[in-house]
Write a protein that binds this ligand. Structure first.
Ligand SMILES: NC(=O)c1ccc[n+]([C@@H]2O[C@H](COP(=O)([O-])OP(=O)(O)OC[C@H]3O[C@@H](n4cnc5c(N)ncnc54)[C@H](O)[C@@H]3O)[C@@H](O)[C@H]2O)c1
Length: 262
């Protein structure tokens, strides 16, 4: 293989789990919603999954198979992110995949946002993604391979739902984080991509809606006329972290039923 084709994977076969069997993955925000669906889908593909969340009770119900483990941590604290990666490396000796799903949403009018709320949201949503990417990229660089996915949001493009400016600003930061990491890690065989979900049927997605307003909102505003399911985002993530996404880096993949169509 020449230097120019090194790292290329050209023979992905879906019957072998998209080249994922035996890989080692860390999924954050895995107690709920998109993170949980992703952790469970990867585990079904034969990936050894470490599912991390601040919510230990929520993690208890996850199905990541016999080789999967759970880890309770507050990822808004960078030291905790380092610790999560260090424990995983002590067990597995390598890290192939990082998926950053953990986040919180608080709806407050921008004029009423104080420094404490700004810090809380930015730490949980953006600092946590940065610290996880930084910690995971160290072993990936040494291995000369790795896949990182950062979950942003359509809020990064349209300013987000009412009163969610700080969330939207953080999600804009997630996009810049993914692109900047992609640029710096490409020569080490590590891809970094962002996913922008639109409205997805999770506890966060449904916050602020009644059943009636939820259905009416999607029928009116989304070309596919419905919200997405967490598993539909998990499948897009699977593409990016599998052999099938081997030549994709620095990309933003919108999974939003056409919400951003202009
Ligand atoms: N649901 C949507 O409509 C939607 C739309 C766009 C983007 N997103 C993004 O998708 C990702 C997943 O969201 P979801 O809808 O599945 O939300 P969710 O609320 O169902 O899950 C988020 C998980 O993150 C965990 N978490 C929050 N703060 C944490 C911390 N400090 N440390 C560790 N874990 C923490 C929560 O406990 C929770 O289990 C988020 O990044 C979110 O911003 C969601």
């Amino acid at each position: 293989m020449s230097e120019l084709t090194a790292g290329a994977t050209v023979s992905a076969d879906p019957s072998t789990g998209f080249g994922l069997a035996g890989k080692v993955a860390l999924v954050t925000g895995a107690a709920s919603g998109i993170g949980r669906a992703t952790a469970e889908l990867l585990a079904r593909m034969g990936v050894k999954v470490t599912a991390v969340d601040i919510n230990g009770k929520g993690l208890a119900g996850i199905d990541v198979g016999d080789s999967g483990v759970t880890d309770v941590a507050d990822l808004s604290v960078p030291r905790a992110c380092d610790q999560v990666v260090a424990s995983l490396l002590a067990r597995e000796r390598r890290l192939d995949i990082l998926v950053n799903c953990a986040a919180i949403l608080k709806r407050v009018p921008i004029t009423e946002v104080d420094a404490a709320l700004w810090e809380k949201l930015m730490d949980a949503n953006l600092l946590s993604q940065f610290a996880m990417c930084r910690a995971a990229s160290r072993p990936m660089r040494k291995q000369g391979s790795g896949r990182i996915v950062v979950i942003s949001s359509t809020a990064a493009f349209n300013g987000g739902a009412d009163n969610s400016s700080v969330y939207a600003i953080g999600k804009g930061g997630s996009l810049a984080l993914a692109k900047s990491m992609a640029r710096q890690l490409a020569s080490h065989g590590v891809t970094v991509n962002a996913i922008c979900p639109g409205g997805i049927d999770t506890p966060m997605g449904r916050s602020g809606f009644t059943e009636e307003s939820w259905n009416a909102h999607y029928a009116r505003n989304v070309p596919l006329r419905r919200a997405g399911q967490p598993e539909e985002v998990a499948k897009a993530i699977l593409f990016l972290v599998s052999d099938w996404g081997s030549y994709v880096t620095g990309h933003t993949l919108d999974v939003e039923g056409g919400l951003l169509l202009r």
